[in-house]
Design a protein around this ligand. Structure first.
Ligand SMILES: [Zn+2]
Length: 254
C-alpha cells in the first residue's frame, strides 16, 4: 500500500513537472508573439491598443494556469506531509452531542424503551398495507411524557403512502407536542432491523431539539402474533438515535 502511494506521488510529481514545462513553453511563446507584434507594429500592423489587448489576453491565460499550479502544489505538499488540508464545511457545523449507538437484549432495554416498543407493536396491528403487506409500527414520547403511536398507511396512488414514524409524530404535533425525547420502530424483516426511511429521518430530526434514542426491534411476523410473544426477552434491540440516523441532516440550527 505504501509502495502504491509512493508510485502515485511519483506519478503526480511527474505530471506537475510536465505542467511546469508547458508553462515555460507558453512563456517563451508569449515572448515570441510580443517580438512578432513589435515587428508588425513597426511595419504599420496593429495599433498600440490592439497590441496591448492581445498581450493582456495571453498574460491572463498564463496567470490562470499559474494560479492553478500553485494551488495544486500546496494541496499535494499537504498530502505528502500527511495533512488532510482544510476540513469540509459540514465538519464545522454546530450540533448537540450525539448519543452512542448499541444493541442490547430486549429484557435489558430500560423501562421507557420497552414501553415505547410495546406501544409501537400495538400500533403495527393497525397498519394498512394491502400492496406491500409490510407492517410497521412506531411510537414517540413527547417531552411531556405522553406517547404517540403510528402505523404505515399505503395508498393505491403509491406516492401518497405514509410511514409509521411520520404518522406517529404528526399525531403529536397536531396536538401541540413539538419536542420528543425518545422513539421506537417495530417491523419484521428476515434480514435485520427496519430503520426509518430517509424522509422520516429528516422529519424526526426536525423535532429532535437535542439527540434522543430510537429503539428498533425486529418483531415476529404479524401473523405469528398471539402464538408467541412478538418481541422475546432475548431478542436483540438496536438502540440508535435521531442524530446517528441522520448525521448530516439539513438544519438551520436555530
Ligand atoms: Zn419513512
Amino acid at each position: 500500500m505504501t509502495r502504491l502511494n509512493e508510485l502515485q506521488d511519483e506519478l503526480k510529481r511527474k505530471e506537475l513537472e510536465n505542467k511546469l514545462r508547458e508553462l515555460e513553453l507558453l512563456q517563451s511563446e508569449l515572448a515570441r508573439r510580443q517580438d512578432r507584434q513589435n515587428e508588425e507594429a513597426s511595419a504599420g500592423g496593429l495599433t498600440k491598443e490592439q497590441r496591448q489587448k492581445v498581450q493582456r489576453k495571453v498574460l491572463g491565460s498564463c496567470m490562470r494556469k499559474l494560479d492553478g499550479l500553485v494551488c495544486e502544489f500546496a494541496r499535494r505538499e499537504a498530502r505528502l506531509n500527511g495533512e488532510r488540508g482544510r476540513p469540509s464545511e459540514s465538519e464545522n457545523l454546530p450540533h448537540p452531542p450525539i448519543l452512542e449507538e448499541y444493541t442490547v437484549a430486549f429484557c435489558q432495554v430500560d423501562e421507557g424503551g420497552r414501553e415505547l416498543l410495546e406501544s409501537a407493536l400495538a400500533a403495527r396491528r393497525c397498519a394498512y398495507v394491502p400492496y406491500s403487506q409490510f407492517k410497521v409500527g412506531a411510537a414517540f414520547r413527547a417531552k411531556c411524557g405522553r406517547i404517540y403511536t403510528g402505523c404505515n398507511i399505503e395508498n393505491a396512488a403509491f406516492t401518497t403512502a405514509n410511514c409509521a414514524e411520520r404518522c406517529a409524530l404528526a399525531k403529536g404535533i397536531s396536538e401541540g407536542e413539538m419536542k420528543y425525547t425518545a422513539g421506537a420502530v417495530v417491523a419484521y424483516h428476515p434480514d435485520g432491523f427496519t430503520t426509518p426511511c430517509g424522509v422520516c429521518r429528516q422529519f424526526i430530526r426536525e423535532f429532535a431539539y437535542k439527540d434522543f434514542p430510537i429503539y428498533i426491534a425486529k418483531a415476529q411476523p404479524p401473523e405469528m402474533e398471539g402464538s408467541i410473544p412478538a418481541i422475546q426477552d432475548t431478542d436483540e434491540v438496536l438502540v440508535t438515535s435521531a442524530y446517528n440516523l441522520l448525521p448530516y441532516s439539513y438544519s438551520t440550527f436555530n
